[in-house]
Each structure stands twice: as C-alpha cells, then as structure tokens.
Ligand binder design. Structure first.
Ligand code: ADP
Length: 789
C-alpha cells in the first residue's frame, strides 16, 4: 500500500435526499480526524466518469454550514455512461489516477446497485486497463481491491436491511406537514382529498403518512387490497362519515396497484368518492410531487447521516481485502454494517415480487417495522380489517389511560392508537384525566368527571395534536394518597393501567408496584410508554416527544446561527432543557454542528471553559469570512449550578476583547414543540399498540389472583427501544439496576459516544475532562480534528 495518507472519496448519487450534506460533512471531517485525505466526487457517477475537476480534495472548512442545507451540495446526476462497462472502466481509471484508496457512496438502490456491480467488476476493470496500456501494472498495484462502502440516501426508504434511509423521515415530515394543512381545509369544507405521495415500489412514505395523520384509507404497492377494494374503501369512508367525521383523507403511493398489477390512480379514487349515487363527496386531488424532496433535513436524518458517515469512514479504514463490501444500516436504534450485495439483491427482489404480484412475499422482505406499522394502521385507522380481531367477552378488559409528567409530542397519538386498538379488540378504554392528581380529586357528582370513556370521534382527530388532550400532571400516586388511588382503581374495576409519561410516570409505576402488598387492587398489569422531551426514562433509549423537541431546538438553532450573518462574528450560548440528562443538548449539538456541548453528566469546569474560549479565539482569528453563520455552544439547563448560559456568554465576551460577540439565548418551553414530529407520531402508534397487547396477555380481573400477578415481573413494565430491539423490561429490574434516582436519569447514557462525534466534527480540541461526572467513561482522550469550526 502506498505510504501517502489514505485518500477517502465521498460521492452522492441518484435522487437527492435531505441529509446527504450531513453525510459529506461527516465523511470529510472524520477522514481528516483519522489523518486521511478526503476527496469529493462531484455530480455522482457522472463526475467519476468525467474525472478532472470533478474529483477534488476537500478541506475542513469546505463543509461548514452543510448540516442545515437541503439536497446535496456536491451535486448528483443520473449517469447513463455508468450503466455500461466502458463508463465504469473510465471511472476505475480516474479513481486510480487520483490515488483514491476508498470510495463512500451515498445514494438510493440504483446507485448502490451500480456500486455493487462496480465492486464485482473491479479486478477485471483493472486488468483491462493494464492490458490496453491505459495504466501500468505498478499504477494499479496498490488498488487491487476496491474499498467501497455504501450509505443509503433515499427519500423512499426502499432499501432492504435498514429501517430508515437517510432522507426518508425528512420527506415523511414534509408529507405530514402538507397533509396537516390539507386536513384543515378538508374539515372546513367537509371535503375529501386524495393525496398522492412518492414511492414506486415502496409504500413506506404512504404507509407512515397514513399512520402519522390517521388517514381514512391508503394504497401501497406491497399490499393491494382485495378485489372489492372499491366497495371496501367506500364502506369504510361511509362509516367514518357516519361517525361524524367532516374530512376524508386517502393517501396513495405513486406505485399503487390492484392485485392484478393494474395501476390505481388518484382519478379513479376521486371518481368513486365523488360519485353522485354513492358518497357524493366534494373531492380534490393533491399530488405532493417534489416538495417531498425539498428542505433541510430533520433531526433524525442529520443524526443518522452523521453517525453513518462516521461509521463509513471507520469501515473503510478497517476493511481488509477479505472484508465483504458493506453498507451502513440502522436497525431500530443501532447503526450496523451489513453486506451490500445481499441488500441490493433483496431490494430488487421486492420490486420483482411486486411486479409478479407476489405481495405477501414482498411484504415479508420489508423490515419488521414496516409490517408492524401496516398492522397498526389497519387496526387503528381503517378499521376495516380482513379478519375480525375482537376478543370473546370474557377476555375483554377495562383499561385506564393516564398521562403523567409534562406534555410531550406523540402522547395524543399514543392515546389515540391505544384507544383504537382497544376498540378493535372489544376492550373498554377509559380516560383518566389530568394524571393522578385529577384521578384523586374526582367526584362522582361532578358533571364532567375525571374518569370517562373516550369519545371516538374526538380521539380520532388526535393523531397530529401536540400537548396532552386528556391532561397530564406531575403528581405521584403517593402524593395523591396511595390508599385513595388504590380504592379508586378498585371502584372503577380497572383491569389494567396504561401510563404514558416521563420520569414521573416511571416513578409512579414504581410506587404503585411497591404498594401492591398493602393494596391488592393494585395487583393489575401496569405498563409505561415513555414520553418526555428529556429522554431520561430508564429502560429505553428513546422516549416519545424527544424527536419533536430536537426538531424544534434544531430549527431554533439554525435560525439563530443564521441571524449572525450580518455581524458574522458571533457565538451563541443556548440553554437547552433535558433535566439532568444531556441527551437533548448532545443530539441537538450533533444536528446543528455545535462548537461545544455542556452536559450535566460531565459538568462544566474552568479548564473546559478556558479551553473552549481559547479555541473560539483561534477560530475567529483564522476566519476569513468563509461562512457568515454564527457559532453555537449548547448548555443543558442543569449542567452547572454556577455557569449559566448567560455567565458563559459573558465570560466569552469579556475574553473576546471585542474581536467577536457572544450572546445567550433560552428557547425554554418552545422545546416541547407544537405539532409532534412524524417520527414521534409513528412510533407512538406502534409502541402504544404493543403496550395494550402486552397488557392484554394478563387478561381481565388480574386482581382476583394478586399473588400470581405479583410473581410476574413483567406485570409492571416499561416498553423501550434498546439497540436493535423493542422490548418490555420489568420495571423492578430497571429501577434497581439501571436507574440513577438522584439525577432522575438512566445510569448509563447510550448516547455518550455521540458526544465525542459532536466534538470531533466540530473540531473542538481535546481538553482535560472535569473531575466530577462520568470521568471513567468520558476520559478517553480523543485526538481532535482541525480546530477551525
Ligand atoms: P437512486 O440511487 O436514487 O436509486 P438511480 O436509480 O437513478 O437513483 O441511480 C443513480 C445512478 O446510479 C444511475 O444514473 C447510474 O449511473 C447508476 N446505476 C443505477 N443502476 C445501475 C446499474 N444497474 N448498473 C450500473 N450503474 C447503475
């Protein structure tokens, strides 16, 4: 191998998708950090084939500001030449001539298919280049193996083997935003809307949009309805209208077909809905088209793109000639490497199976989340199930729904999904209003009590609503009076409780569990769906509402960063929420490219501040105005009792000696978000249904056999996403082994590694870690990149 620094090239290809720029930034800066030389290939495969100026070294500062930009700034193109061997031959020659050791390609299934072909042909391409005297044997010698890694950038989420492609959630967010707007006008006029979304072979966007918005009906390529789809759709919509719904939304994927492969068009649907002899609805068609691609990436895509970009660089550096070519996938919450060839083959297979009308097999090749969500949708929205899933009378339960703690995005979507699922099964879902405080203060003689059955029509509109419609309260059962609560549970004959909330809710189920010996009425199954913007509930790596919060915070930071463009030289110190968990601060830092993030886990020391101030001085000294945007420091509200955002900004200003400015800024409750994010809405539905299914396993009247219930650790549980799995954990175990009660957070922070990524990609120089905090975990002294951003 050559003795020069390893050259790692990054290229974006195929349809552009939000997050591609974050990939480029991560690859460029991580490469520099790893002492390699990054290159950008402009205009996708076209640039690879053309060579020359299309393949250029990239500098640390070239990718400044990339995180907040939509599309791909290094360009992409459809390249016909690359489909043919001569095109690929030239591309190989250009790679060798530029001395590129490794190629990272971010694109959709087409681009990765091309990459896979390129990889397979590589040895023969080199042989041909030597045989035809285009290159000398010694020129090709160091490049015998094409070191290639794929990243999936696509808004369709159409690659097998990964739960999410870079850009898919951004496109979904845009769709949900549009559908929310359309719903307002649909309701006003009592209209029907047929909305077409992208997806030729993959119905992910249509399905998730249906789940997130609670659409009345949807059509996706993987799961055509039965032959009677016309009657079925009209019947379901008629049912919804009879309930009193004033709006009708039908979502159609571009590639929707019937069971025989015939296209189902928006016009066909419109004609059915508008038919004078049928529903006679005033119906409009909206084709969302390219707006779905547009705009800046959502928080999840920025995180995914950044972490996957970093992983891709690690993968190319670790690759040996024997290593199978991989792409970077995400399964639930875990970033992993998977064989590229297999994913490409499976994705092609899905398309072929759909063409061959083998829909069940096609569906089986989609990831589990896809089929889970399809079932969720059918059970909660269409309610025109292929089979009757209602339970016999003696299995039906009365389930109390309660929100505890502060409101978080997705709480209402979770309640809505839980209620809808209960209805499909024949259970009786009951709302307990305003948390335990509301429950305890309930009086029978009040006209509107604190415990009421749900009004389905009202609940049906909650898919996109922020806040907590049934009301939430921080009071714990012991504060409300445990005996009183136990008596109320007995009086209302609840068979199970479904709690949605944050750390208080976790604390509440702990108290209820511990009071079981004294109050047998508490011997019913209890399960918690974590929902808090702070994402500090033990037992899960993700709480509902945290994604909404990150998006709000990121949008706020993007604007603040831009506001500095008039003065150029400005640092903003932004205080984030999150309680004693630094999750929100770190993830927001990852999404906006913070210069430093201060967390309660680590604390703030004088050394750190001095180091960061020195770094900022250096950065502004070298700054030649390449970018006008300001620089950000994020500080969690509880990172230090002394160093507040204001004090930190004052210190920086004092030290800056007028060479640059520093301001503090506190977004406060804005972080709870208005409309919940698409991801929170989708996950709310899926997790809520799993929670009710979990409760249902215990059956009704568990309190009749209290010892049996007490003996089952999972009778008090918390649902969580842990690494690549969705699991229920016994709350007792989580309380005892994974909870830092004093700091109200999990003992281990799964996101700690991301803090290092923020520092590396932000160019923050290494510093002496504060003595307090998680010294052992954090003290690894990472070598930092160039200190200029
Ligand atoms: P996407 O990557 O978004 O699916 P395309 O399908 O348009 O987008 O693919 C992008 C580019 O990848 C194509 O223009 C072509 O250069 C290359 N490519 C796609 N499929 C192949 C293939 N089977 N063989 C070689 N190159 C391909």
């Amino acid at each position: 191998m050559a003795t020069h620094k390893k050259k790692i090239a990054i290229m974006t290809s195929g349809g552009d998708s939000p997050g591609m720029n974050a990939v480029v930034r991560a690859v460029v800066r991580m490469s520099i950090h790893m002492d390699c030389e990054p290159y950008c290939v402009y205009e996708g495969y076209e640039g690879l084939v053309r060579g020359g100026d299309y393949i250029k070294p990239a500098l640390w500062n070239d990718v400044r500001g990339y995180l907040a930009e939509g599309g791909t700034l290094i360009g992409t193109a459809r390249c016909m030449a690359f489909f043919e061997r001569p095109g690929r031959l030239t591309a190989a020659k250009n790679l060798v001539l530029n001395g590129i050791d490794a190629l990272i390609i971010c694109g959709g299934d087409g681009s990765l298919t091309g990459a896979d072909k390129f990889r397979a042909e590589w040895p023969s391409l080199l042989d041909e280049l030597v045989a035809t005297n285009e290159l000398k044997p010694e020129q090709v010698a160091p490049y015998k193996h094409l070191n290639l890694v794929g990243l999936v950038g696509s808004i369709d989420n159409d690659l097998s083997g990964t739960d999410a492609t870079i850009g898919a959630y951004s496109a979904l967010s845009r769709i949900c935003e549009m559908v929310d707007y359309i719903e307002a006008t649909a309701t006003s006029h009592s209209r029907a809307f047929v909305i077409e979304v992208m997806g030729r072979h993959c119905g992910w966007l249509a399905l998730m949009a249906g789940v997130a918005t609670g659409a009345d009906f949807l059509f996706i390529p993987e799961k055509p309805r039965q032959d009677n789809w016309r009657e079925e759709m009209c019947e379901i919509i008629k049912k919804h209208r009879n309930w009193g719904k004033r709006k009708t939304i039908v979502i159609v994927a571009e590639g929707a077909r019937d069971r025989y492969g015939n296209k189902i068009s928006c016009d066909m649907i419109k004609d059915l809905l508008a038919d004078k002899h049928g529903l006679a609805l005033d119906t409009r068609i909206t084709t969302l088209g390219h707006v779905q691609r547009g705009g800046t990436a959502v928080a999840y895509d920025r995180m995914l793109a950044t972490l996957q970009g970093v992983e891709a660089v690690k993968a190319v550096l670790e690759a040996t000639p024997e290593t199978e070519t991989c792409f970077i996938a995400v399964v639930e919450n875990k970033i992993i490497r998977k064989p590229l060839m297999e994913a490409v083959r499976e994705s092609k297979e899905v398309a072929a199976l759909i063409d061959a009308q083998k829909f069940d097999e096609a569906m089986a090749l989609r990831d589990t989340e896809f089929s889970d969500q399809y079932k969720s949708y059918m059970m909660t929205t269409a309610m025109g199930l292929d089979e009757d899933i209602s339970l016999p009378e003696d299995k039906r339960m009365k389930i109390g729904f309660i929100n505890v703690g502060a409101p978080a995005g997705g709480m209402n979507a979770a309640v809505r999904a839980g209620v809808a699922y209960c209805r499909s099964r024949g259970h009786e879902p009951v709302a307990i209003f305003n948390g335990f405080a509301g429950f305890a203060r309930h009086h029978d003689d009040e006209p509107v009590g604190a415990v009421r059955s749900f009004d389905w029509l009202e609940v049906d509109g909650w898919a996109s609503k922020g806040g907590s419609e049934i009301g939430t309260n921080r009071e714990l059962p012991e504060e409300s009076g445990m005996e009183h609560i136990a008596n109320l549970i007995k009086k209302h004959k609840f068979d199970a409780l479904f709690l949605i909330g944050g750390f208080e809710a976790f604390h509440a189920i702990s108290q209820l569990r511990q009071a079981r010996d004294k109050f047998p009425s508490l011997c019913i199954p209890l399960t918690l769906l974590p929902a808090t913007i702070s994402n500090n509930v033990p037992g899960t790596e993700y709480s509902l509402g945290s994604d909404t919060c990150l998006n709000e915070l990121m949008a706020y930071c993007d604007k603040i960063k831009q506001s500095a463009s008039a003065t150029r030289r400005r640092v903003f110190v932004i205080e984030t929420q999150g309680g004693r968990s630094g999750y929100v601060a770190v993830l927001a830092g990852l999404g906006v490219g913070a210069s430093a993030v201060y967390t309660p886990e680590e604390g703030i020391s004088l050394d750190m501040l001095a180091n960061d101030v020195r770094h900022l001085k250096e950065v502004f000294r070298k700054d030649r105005g390449q970018s006008r945007a300001g620089r950000l420091i994020l500080v969690n509200e509880k990172a230090s009792k002394v160093y507040s955002a204001k004090l930190i900004a004052d210190i920086i200003r004092e030290e800056a000696l007028d060479r640059f400015e520093a301001r503090d800024s506190i977004p406060g409750h804005v972080q709870q978000g208005g409309v919940p994010s698409a991801m929170d809405r989708c996950r709310a539905v899926r997790l809520a249904i799993k929670c009710i299914q979990h409760l249902e396993r215990f059956g009704p009247k568990a309190y009749d056999a209290p010892d049996k219930i007490k003996a089952d650790p999972l009778s008090v549980s918390v649902i969580g996403i842990r690494g690549a799995n969705v699991t229920f954990s016994a709350s007792k175990d989580v309380e005892e082994k994974e909870t830092d009660w004093r700091n109200r957070r999990p003992t281990a922070a799964h996101w700690l590694g991301m803090r290092d990524v923020v520092d590396i990609l932000g160019g923050r120089p290494a510093y002496q870690r504060p003595e307090r905090g998680l010294v052992g975990v954090l003290a690894k002294d990472v070598k930092r990149g160039l200190a200029t951003d």
